[in-house]
Design a protein around this ligand. Structure first.
Ligand code: FJE
Ligand code: FE
Length: 297
């Protein structure tokens, strides 16, 4: 669990790779900073992509499909409206979470709903072969329903997994932890992570020292891939708050074949997904005659 004291990890994690997420174009006129999923960091099993998005209308992510993985959208600022082909829709605002298990198929639109820049993180988590064709499922949490612990200058929002003895209600099909930490100046945190899981940090604001107390600080828009180990220590020695997410997951160790929004285990399954999408079958039935409603902006 998380702690403000150093519990002394048996095998502390350290940073093995640092990646700067530069802005790139995605969707329809949107800008994202991609860390996982870019050339230098194709994937980090079970994670396929992490985008920090900043979108203002009329840009956005109009009607598109997904199959074979989960998308986790966590809003930082502003609002986003989603509509899917099964009639599921809603708006998520700063601090809200949408955990969407696409399974066999979702087609949806994701469009900004607030004035100015609408910001957040979208994480793609792979599903194991046995779950890739499951019925789609949503888990949605409003900001007020996300557990939060504040202790000794550490403020953590528990999106998935556990910290400071508090567990998130989110069910993770692929075992995952997702913690949003704010460390006030001078604060430190020591967070347990299951030893064999892959994990990384993405810095949202401020600067922090990660892993090794003698390391030089890392600033925003960087992802840090962590070595194996049982926990991570972080120090904020700067004069402003440090905000970062710590994400970890149990590797699936399965082959990955990705074609845009379809992520399967074999090329033949990708061909099948393209065909199913094209002919509106095997999970894409509701695509027939569906189009998202025009958004308000
Ligand atoms: C997608 C291109 C895309 N990052 N961050 C290709 F842009 C997308 C896509 C997103 C996306 C959506 C949000 Cl709300 C936030 C994102 C990429 O929708 F799915 C494919 N295949
Ligand atoms: Fe999407």
């Amino acid at each position: 669990m998380g702690d403000h004291r150093n519990q002394g990890f048996q095998n502390p994690r350290h940073v093995v790779k640092k990646v700067l997420a530069r802005p790139q174009h995605e969707g329809d006129g949107a800008i994202v900073r991609r860390s996982i999923g870019r050339g230098e960091l194709r994937n980090l099993d079970p994670f396929l992509m992490l985008d920090e998005f900043s979108v203002s209308a009329p840009a956005g992510f109009p009607d598109h499909p997904h199959r074979g993985f989960e998308t986790v959208t966590y809003m930082l600022e502003g609002a986003f409206t989603h509509q899917d082909f099964a009639g599921h829709e809603g708006t998520i605002r700063a601090g809200d979470l949408q955990w969407m298990t696409a399974g066999r198929g979702i087609i949806h639109s994701e469009m900004p709903a607030g004035e100015g820049e609408n910001k957040g993180l979208q994480l793609w988590i792979n599903l194991s072969s046995k779950d890739k064709m499951m019925e789609p499922r949503y888990q949605e949490l409003q900001s007020k329903d996300i557990s939060r612990v504040e202790k000794h200058g550490v403020d953590v929002r528990i999106i998935a997994g556990e910290s400071f003895g508090v567990r998130s209600p989110v069910y993770t099909q692929t075992p995952t932890m997702y913690l949003d930490f704010t460390l006030h100046p001078g604060a430190e945190v020591h967070q347990h992570i299951p030893q064999p899981w892959n994990s990384f940090v993405y810095i949202i604001e401020g600067e922090g020292v990660f892993g090794d107390p003698n390391a030089s600080p890392t600033t925003r828009h960087h992802a840090l891939v962590l070595s194996p180990g049982d926990g991570l220590s972080v120090w904020n020695r700067a004069a402003r708050p440090l905000r970062f997410v710590l994400i970890g997951g149990q590797p699936l160790n399965e082959p990955i074949v990705q074609y845009g929004p379809f992520v399967m285990n074999a090329q033949a399954e990708i061909q099948q997904a393209i065909e199913d999408y094209h002919y509106c079958k095997n999970g894409f039935e509701k695509a027939k005659n569906w189009k998202s409603q025009p958004h308000m902006n």
